[in-house]
Unconditional design. Sequence first.
Length: 71
Amino acid sequence: MAKITLEAARVNAGLTQAEMADKLGVSRELVIGFETGKREMRSAYLIAWAHITGFETDDLLLPLKYAKSVQ
């Protein structure tokens, strides 16, 4: 499967930032921080994010500005 950003995975799952925060048990501000790369994500949150969105953890990327381009 192709790589996808945290934000894109959330949007693809039809969730708002507030809904994702609810599912993770964190604040919306923390979800924003994860998606923008301003907050470091613990592995437990990454695993939960993948489970909630239906993606594999290996397919989830940091925000696009931090992702390395493979060509």
